[in-house]
Structures are given as C-alpha cells and as structure tokens.
Design a protein around this ligand. Structure first.
Ligand SMILES: NC(=O)c1ccc[n+]([C@@H]2O[C@H](COP(=O)([O-])OP(=O)(O)OC[C@H]3O[C@@H](n4cnc5c(N)ncnc54)[C@H](O)[C@@H]3O)[C@@H](O)[C@H]2O)c1
Length: 252
C-alpha cells in the first residue's frame, strides 16, 4: 500500500480482467482503493472473479463484453457514470499455431484483439472526454515476444511488437493532452493460458531455465509493475516498454 492517498477516488479499466495477469492487476488496484471496471468476454470467468471473497464488489463494475466492440464497452462505463483514470489493455489471444498452418483469418483475429481493439479502446477513451477524468494513464500489456521469434507464435509475437510500437507513437501524440502511455513487457508468467495452449510441465521447466532468475514471473509481479507505471513515481515516464523478464532479454 502506498503511504499517500494518491489513489483516492481513482478508477481503472482493466480488459481481460477475469483471470490470469488481468485478475492480478484488478486485485492490486482494489487493494490500493482504486475502483475497477473489469471488462472480459468470458461470463464464467467474471462470475468466478466476483465470487472471490477478497474482492469488494461495490468497487467493481463488471462489464461482460468484447473489446472488439470498444464503443459498447465504454457505453456501459458511461451508463454507470464512472470516469476512467487508468486504462490497462491486457486482454489478448495467444493461440499456439505453427506458421505453416496459420490461416490468414486467424492471424487477423489475433491482430484485431491484441492490437486494433486496444488501439481503438484507447482512442475512444481519449476522445470521449466525459469518460476520462483527465491525466489519463494507459498501460498496454505487450510481451518480451515483441523482440523474440518464439516458434508457433508468429501472429502473437507480431501483435505484441505492434502494440509496443503503438505505445510509443500514442505517447508522443497524446503527451500534449496530458496522457501518458507505457507498456509492460512480461516474460513467461504462468497462467491458465499456458495450460490451454498445451504447454506442460516440461515446457514450463524449459522456459523457466531460459532466464537468469530461472523461474516464471508471478501475475502479482506484473501487476505491481502496472501499478508503478500508474503511480506518482512514474510521472515522467511515457512511451516506455518496461521489461519484466527475469533477465531473459539481457542474457541473449
Ligand atoms: N502469461 C504470460 O506468460 C504472458 C507473457 C507476456 C505477456 N502476456 C500478456 O499478458 C496479458 C494477460 O495474459 P494471461 O496469460 O493472463 O492471459 P489469459 O488468456 O489467461 O487471460 C486473458 C483474458 O482476456 C480475456 N479476453 C480475451 N479476448 C477478449 C476480448 N475480445 N474482449 C474481452 N476480454 C477478452 C479472456 O477471457 C481472459 O480472461 C496478455 O496480453 C498476454 O499477451 C502474458
């Protein structure tokens, strides 16, 4: 907990907040007294989050929705009369597909969710001034894959590089509006998405051994980095991609 009342009366919008890293970000904001709009396409995941007894549901506005329809997501925020101080573009698709089998429509779907929807949600929020409280801070969840050619993930790697690039451009374009835009680039962080991707214990040990710290990040460690970028000590940081990878990219 920060010692100041910096986060008093603040509100965050976290996409893909029902599980994994997104859920850790939601819980971290709540622990600082930040209200959170949680947007997720998965209603069961949302129910599971809201059933978490450590969460004060009065501080949460659940929006079961698809970020591909950014306007509809923001309409629900407007209907509740909430204004956003922090936007975390965390929702993403990460299917594991060899490039030789990667259909163009699947590639486009991944880019649509991971890049275009995050971009459009950010732009709409900046334009709909009634929805942002002023001094908006945007944190995009990119990945170390922005730099790496992880096999069977060409679509995903490309999306994360694009999101990092957009982060830099929006930071420059929107600085005069008082908007800061940064990215967090996590390394391997064990979440449900790894299991869904068919990655097993052997893969887990292999990926962990690639970074000097020899382990996966925890979702809480990524959430803490997001919190830092929204916080008072990051006031002069914009257009940055903060790598949280146990030294992986330093060692290759
Ligand atoms: N887990 C890792 O090792 C790792 C590493 C680097 C970066 N990241 C990034 O961190 C973020 C979170 O990763 P995770 O492992 O927790 O993912 P995850 O797949 O476990 O969770 C993603 C969430 O986003 C939601 N979502 C997906 N499409 C959506 C849409 N169109 N609209 C609204 N919600 C949608 C899902 O329902 C899910 O709850 C992603 O951006 C991912 O690319 C993860």
């Amino acid at each position: 907990m920060l010692s100041s009342d910096y986060y008093l009366d603040k509100t965050a919008l976290v996409t893909g907040g029902a599980r994994g890293i997104g859920r850790a970000i939601v819980k971290r904001f709540l622990s600082e007294g930040v209200r959170v709009v949680v947007c997720d396409i998965n209603p069961d995941g949302m129910d599971d989050l809201l059933a978490d007894e450590s969460i004060d549901s009065a501080m949460v506005l659940p929006v079961v929705g698809d970020i591909r329809h950014a306007g509809e997501v923001l309409d629900q925020v407007a209907a509740a009369g909430w204004r956003i101080d922090y936007l975390v573009n965390n929702a993403a698709l990460s299917p594991r597909i060899p490039s030789s089998e990667l259909a163009r429509d699947v590639l486009n779907d991944v880019l649509d969710v991971n890049v275009s929807s995050a971009f459009e949600l950010s732009r709409m929020l900046v334009e709909r001034s009634e929805l942002s409280a002023g001094g908006l801070v945007i944190v995009n969840i990119s990945s170390v894959n922005a730099w790496l050619g992880i096999p069977e993930m060409a679509h995903y790697n490309a999306s994360k590089a694009a999101l990092l690039s957009i982060t830099r451009t929006l930071a420059v374009e929107w600085a005069p509006r008082g908007v800061r835009v940064n990215a967090v680039c996590p390394g391997s962080t064990w979440t449900e998405s790894w299991e869904e991707g068919g990655w097993g214990e052997e893969d887990r040990a292999r990926f962990a051994s690639k970074n000097p710290l020899g382990r996966f990040a925890t979702p809480d460690e990524i959430a803490g980095t997001v919190l830092f970028l929204t916080g008072p000590d990051a006031g002069f940081i914009t257009g940055h991609g903060l790598v949280v990878d146990g030294g992986l990219t330093a060692s290759v």
